[in-house]
Write a protein that binds this ligand. Structure first.
Ligand code: NAP
Length: 283
């Protein structure tokens, strides 16, 4: 039985982070300050606290200053919008990350839109989505941006190929579909109301699984030789694709962990340093 090649993200994410650290130091020398990422966390959900801490640690390693704004879980939309507006107007802040998800009483879209487009290094605003959709310069949603870099690094050109994206969330499925379309893939976006999903996936040259259900995509759904990107991350380090089955059918497969996952924070840091250069007019 043949076995697919692995599309690993660890090394690529490390190389990107090393390049970001070099550019961050160059910015420090030229601007007289370090690039600064503001993280905003509403409430104290343990997973979100861990994610924010990981991002702050990675900032430190890359020579990026991080500023943290912690708000109580009773925060209103107006209060969160005010905090994000203040960061948007602060000349010392280059990038802003609002940790997702926010408590249910908050209008998350209104909060995201309070982030200035030039500081949206997490790629969550409508402005950033439009830039991804039109293939114009802007900040990518970090996981979708990481997926595109993984594909490029492994020599997968989406042009003219049928890409099937399973999932349509604003942070993953929809933006990755736009990035693939901007690179001339023929894109089908599937979701929970899609009829006969396996038949659609069988026509895909590139499959992106962004569902949030362990081992949801089965090997016999895959066209032999397909490229399989598993963006899922479920309890117990399990992806959205049945890994062993995919390995015996596909050409390239991202493992979980070690595939898409490591790319996300590296893209965030890369985009933060890019924003710093742009704010300082150092291009
Ligand atoms: P989400 O917001 O829950 O979206 C899940 C999507 O899957 C929805 O669009 C939903 O369709 C669709 N879906 C659910 N059941 C389905 C079914 N039976 N058939 C077809 N589609 C179905 O999740 P998300 O935030 O996009 O995350 C998806 C996965 O990626 C999760 O495992 C998450 O942990 C992972 N993730 C990883 C990273 C990273 O690696 N750094 C970052 C973000 C997310 P409807 O729209 O119709 O409900």
């Amino acid at each position: 039985m043949t076995s697919a090649r692995l599309m690993l993200g660890n090394g690529l994410a490390k190389d990107l982070a090393a390049d970001t650290a070099r550019r961050s130091e160059d910015f420090h020398q030229r601007a007289g300050r370090r690039p600064c990422l503001a993280t905003v966390l509403v409430g104290d959900d343990p997973a979100s606290v861990t994610y924010v801490r990981m991002k702050q640690n990675r900032c430190r390693q890359a020579g990026i200053e991080s500023r943290h704004v912690a708000l109580p879980d009773t925060t209103s939309t107006e209060e969160l919008v005010a905090a994000l507006t203040a960061l948007s107007e602060d000349p010392e802040v280059d990038g802003i990350l609002l940790q997702h998800p926010v408590p249910a009483q908050i209008d998350e879209r209104a909060a995201f839109e309070a982030i200035a487009a030039g500081k949206d290094v997490d790629g969550v605003t409508m402005h950033s989505f439009a830039a991804m959709a039109f293939g114009l310069p802007g900040y990518d949603s970090c996981t979708p941006g990481g997926i595109m870099r993984l594909l490029d690094h492994h020599g997968v050109d989406p042009a003219g190929r049928h890409a099937v994206v399973i999932g349509r969330s604003p942070i993953l499925g929809k933006p990755v579909a736009m990035l693939l379309l901007a690179r001339d893939a023929t894109v089908t976006v599937c979701h929970s109301k899609t009829q006969d999903l396996p038949a659609i996936v069988r026509t895909a040259d590139i499959v992106v699984a962004a569902v949030g259900r362990p081992e949801f995509v089965r090997g016999d759904w895959l066209k032999p030789g397909a490229v399989v990107v598993d963006a899922g991350y479920n309890e117990g380090n399990v992806g959205d694709v049945a890994f062993d089955e995919a390995m015996s059918r596909a050409d390239l497969v991202t493992p979980v962990p070690g595939g898409v996952g490591p790319m996300t924070i590296s893209v965030l840091l890369d985009q933060t340093v890019r924003a710093a250069f742009e704010h300082a007019g150092l291009g």
